[in-house]
Design a protein around this ligand. Sequence first.
Ligand SMILES: Nc1ncnc2c1ncn2[C@@H]1O[C@H](COP(=O)(O)OP(=O)(O)OP(=O)(O)O)[C@@H](O)[C@H]1O
Ligand SMILES: [Mg+2]
Length: 392
Amino acid sequence: MQSELNPYAPGSGLRPPAMTGRKAEINAFDLIVARSKRQLHSRGMVLTGLRGVGKTVLLNSLRAHADHMGWFTIGLEGMSGSTGASIIREKLARELLMASRKLVRRSATSRIKEAVKTISSFSATVGVAGAEFGFETTQGRADSGSIEIDLEEMVEDLALALKEERSAFGLFIDEMQDLDSELLAALITVQHQAGQREWPFYIIGAGLPNLPAVLSEARSYAERLFDYRRIGPLDESAARQALEEPAVKFGARFEPKAVEELALAAVGYPYFIQEYGKAIWDLAPATPFTQTDAVLAIEAGRSQLDSGFFPARWERATRSERNYLRAMAQDGEQSCSTKTVAERLQSSHQSLGPARAGLIAKGLIYAPEHGLVAFTVPGMAEFILRQHDGNE
Ligand SMILES: Nc1ncnc2c1ncn2[C@@H]1O[C@H](COP(=O)(O)OP(=O)(O)OP(=O)(O)O)[C@@H](O)[C@H]1O
Ligand SMILES: [Mg+2]
């Protein structure tokens, strides 16, 4: 088939040609938006799941819906490391100022104007002058220098102004587990305040499966503050639909056996579905796609994953981290106890601390529970076992 028409989209955060299997989450979010129109409060939402399962595209589509429904929305992405904290504050400030420009154009009530002044003060305190965006600031509002107090004042002024318009403030945060603890605690505190005082402010977060634990560690009541949704692989019918719908749209179709074969090989993982879909489109000589095309596509897709998706992660690990990953891979996809890893490497639990911490910081593994580690990428264990470069 013609490659330039290939509709499939394997990649990070790339919008799939058909986003299937996420009705429950979409409906739950639609309800939050619908309630906000009636000035009724709901809990924020947290989406968690493994890498490549579709958290980012889902989060983006929820944000697009909120935008469409007239919410004031901001998008952020957590970043680990020492510079992450300052970069994200600056990004928050800039995004707020940009969104404010649109807001004042749409609705310039006196309350909104006052809220924008508070946003401008908040942004200036964080280090981005609102003046360059043409805004005045309010003295004594959101300018204490304490992120928790300033964030709360800014959210209060903005959310209450939006409430009058039957709108709301939605903060969409991807890779939320990587936010620095100070900002994370401040955000949770403000979400808590918002719930009690019925300010229409909602954090919609996405991140790795350890995110709920990270949130609870920051503030113990975080457990009850959000509607937690686990984003898993697609079920069989959603997986087929994700493959078939784009093909049909572009004038092709699958023989039933072909789509079955691909859905099975992808084990429902959206990233793999896109990779295999792309492969079959590129290599099938004609439509309908046959079972033989599917078998060849799985081979081509796997080799693509083995030269991109997996190595991109593997190469980020240092030598000692790779040894740690190899020891984990012996248990396959399941989680593995840190004690077992230490035994396999004939090292002490303590001396492996830096390797484990490094892998967690790089997002290659996570701790599903205390004393356990697991891969963040489906199929990573098998990939590691296929590497024949021996222990380094
Ligand atoms: N519901 C879906 N149906 C079909 N394809 C999807 C779906 N969700 C995501 N995809 C595809 O899966 C791939 C991964 O999506 P995405 O980047 O959103 O995953 P993620 O969970 O955010 O991964 P990471 O943790 O690495 O950021 C993309 O190629 C995307 O097009
Ligand atoms: Mg993502």
